[in-house]
Design a protein around this ligand. Structure first.
Ligand code: CA
Length: 232
C-alpha cells in the first residue's frame, strides 16, 4: 500500500520538486496544474491527501478547497501560501485545510507535515508499507492484519463479516450472488446452508461499517442479484 497524493500547483519547478521528493518516499503522486484540474481529480479519484497551492490561475486554491469540502471530501489538505500571510492561513483553516506551509519551505519540512497528516487521518495503517490495504474514502481494510478502520475508528468484525467484506472489496463493482458468497465462505468456515444467512451477515456488516445502513455507501445491494462493493 502506498498513499496517493495530489499536488495542485501551477509552478512547474515547485510541483516537480515536491513530486520527486514524495515519489522517493514511495507515495503515488499526481500533479494538477490548475484549480479546475485539481478539483476534478480530487473529486473523482479520491486521493488520500492533497497539497494545494493558494495562488493558481483561474479557480484559486481556496475555491478548490471550498468545493472539495462541499462535495464531502474528508481527505487531509495541506495548503501552500505564497508568503507569510496571516489572512491566507486563517481563510484556509476556516475552509477546512488541515495544515499550511508558507513558501519558500524545505522539502524535509513538507515531508514531515505530510506524514503527520496521513498518520492523523488514517492512524498506523498509514505506515503499513508493503502490506495489502484496500482503501475506499476513509475506509481502510488491512488484509494481512485483518483489521478494518473508518478514519481513526477501529471496526470490529466477526470472521464471517470480514470474509464477506474482503471478497467484495477486493473487486469493487463485481456483483456477487448470495450463493456465490455462501460458496466462498464455505471454504472458510461452516455456515448454515441458507442464502438468507448472507443477508443477515451483510446487514450486521453494514451496521458496523456504514454511516447509514439503510443507504449504504460501501456494501451495495444489486437488486435481484446480490451484493457489490462500491467502485471508487
Ligand atoms: Ca502558484
Amino acid at each position: 500500500m502506498s498513499a496517493t497524493i495530489l499536488i495542485v500547483e501551477d509552478e512547474f519547478a515547485v510541483a516537480r520538486g515536491i513530486q520527486y521528493a514524495l515519489q522517493q518516499e514511495g507515495y503515488q503522486v499526481t500533479v494538477a496544474r490548475s484549480g479546475e484540474e485539481g478539483l476534478d481529480f480530487a473529486t473523482h479519484q479520491a486521493p488520500d491527501l492533497v497539497v494545494l497551492d493558494v495562488r493558481l490561475p483561474g479557480m484559486d486554491g481556496f475555491e478548490v478547497l471550498r468545493r472539495l469540502r462541499a462535495v464531502g471530501s474528508k481527505a487531509p489538505v495541506l495548503v501552500l501560501t505564497a508568503r507569510s500571510d496571516e489572512v491566507d492561513k486563517v481563510i484556509g483553516l476556516e475552509l477546512g485545510a488541515d495544515d499550511y506551509l508558507t513558501k519558500p519551505f524545505g522539502l524535509r519540512e513538507l515531508m514531515s507535515r505530510i506524514k503527520a497528516l496521513l498518520r492523523r487521518a488514517y492512524g498506523d495503517l498509514a505506515d503499513a508499507a508493503g502490506g495489502r490495504v484496500i482503501r475506499h474514502h476513509d475506509l481502510l481494510i488491512d488484509l494481512e492484519r485483518r483489521r478494518v478502520q473508518r478514519g481513526q475508528r477501529r471496526i470490529s468484525l466477526t470472521p464471517t463479516e470480514f470474509e464477506i467484506l474482503r471478497h467484495l472489496a477486493s473487486r469493487p463493482g463485481r456483483v456477487y450472488t448470495r450463493s456465490e458468497l455462501l460458496e466462498l465462505l464455505r471454504d472458510y468456515e461452516a455456515l448454515d446452508q441458507d442464502e438468507k444467512t448472507i443477508n443477515v451477515h451483510v446487514s450486521h456488516l453494514r451496521e458496523k461499517l456504514e454511516d447509514d445502513p439503510a443507504a449504504p455507501a460501501f456494501v451495495l445491494t444489486v437488486r435481484g442479484v446480490g451484493y457489490a462493493f462500491a467502485e471508487r
